[in-house]
Design a protein around this ligand. Sequence first.
Ligand code: ZN
Length: 455
Amino acid sequence: MTDPTAAPRPCDLVIRARVAFLLDDAGTVLGDAAVAVVADRIVAVGPAAEIEAAWMPARRLGSSRHLLMPGLVNTHNHTPLMIVRGMVEDLSFAPAYTPGIPQGDALAFEEAHALARLGVFELLRFGSTTIVDFYRHPEALARAAEEAGLRAFVGGRIMDADNEALARGEWHADAARGRATLAEAMDVVERRRAPDSLVTPILGPHAPDTCSPDLLREVATLAGERDLILHTHLHQSPMEVEAVLARDGRRPVELLEEVGLLGPRLVAGHCIHMSDADIARFGRSGSHVAHVPVGNAAHGSVAPILAHEAAGAGITLATDTKSGDMFEAMRMALAATRIRGGGFVRNAADVLGWATRGGAKALGLADEIGRLAVGRKADLLLLDARQPNLAPLVDGPGLLVHSANGAAVDTVVVDGRVLLEGGRPTLFDGDEVVATAETVARALWRRHGHTPLIA
Ligand SMILES: [Zn+2]
């Protein structure tokens, strides 16, 4: 396919690998492969010798000890929630509603930014190239993602419930809170609507039980008018289902349908505690599940993902600010299908698809990211195959799902830009980000009456 007599053409990057997993429909795996990149796009994929002969790069990446694959699409995160990591996981289902635990509302903008930088660093370090992030201070989240160079869908956490009443099992609408969180969310929509930016604003109503039907209706209208992706938590806990049933006389997914939130522009986190009718309703609408298998399992739950898939929902994967490692999420997602009785109908290639193409489709980027192909965005990873858990590599993508982890990620490219090299971020000082977030988190815990044991 390459004319051997033609002079090599200039390009920005040639990225070489022992094996390239293209993650196309045919599941193509190329040995001794390379891709060429011009600006933000892949311009050639093929045998390394052919690419080397045809292209003259400004810069070379990769080697015969690297594995090449598309970047991972991580569809549900709240990066500042790093505040509570390691402290609350063993307490209860929703410690975020518990007095004494630092809340999003307790964060100043700069604190949210410092914690978001930590979250973003972790997601980048472990191979997420596109993320969905929503929380208080969305502009701080957007800034953190932009500073790291990630492709990011960012929204404010819209809600009008009184959290403390909710923790007692009561529901009170707090109209002022609804107005304030919606204004914060719309502020980031206005600020971040540049067409060529890697940061795309979304609308994120927190959950059906923490938003009144009127607020949800308003969000649905705004999303339609502005053509925005919608993100929420849905059927995450039996408490949420009970609360919405008691308040509105219908199940959360029915409420979302009634207010106009269900549909292809919706990506909903968790989707666990659903009846067959709920699953059918959700799937029919063409909505997408942000499947969080590790976080769900930590609460003792397993989402019915194969039933969602069969009903027509899109399936995407997320780490939800747990360990940030999408390889762990892929492994757990596959295990989750088998724990729910799905047998061996899904395999490593399928969950790699959820972690790449599934997320791309949900975010309206089906033709742009999610696979290594000519014309696609240059969003890709190199793994260091010298890791003992990445051997032996004989065939197929099984190794990536069943044995790899995010620590093997050596190089990350997003939009043609090198963001991580040798496991170190290129656009910021990773050590400084960790140290600053640590200082902020300790101060927050102190403000909440907790003295850190470790000096
Ligand atoms: Zn969440």
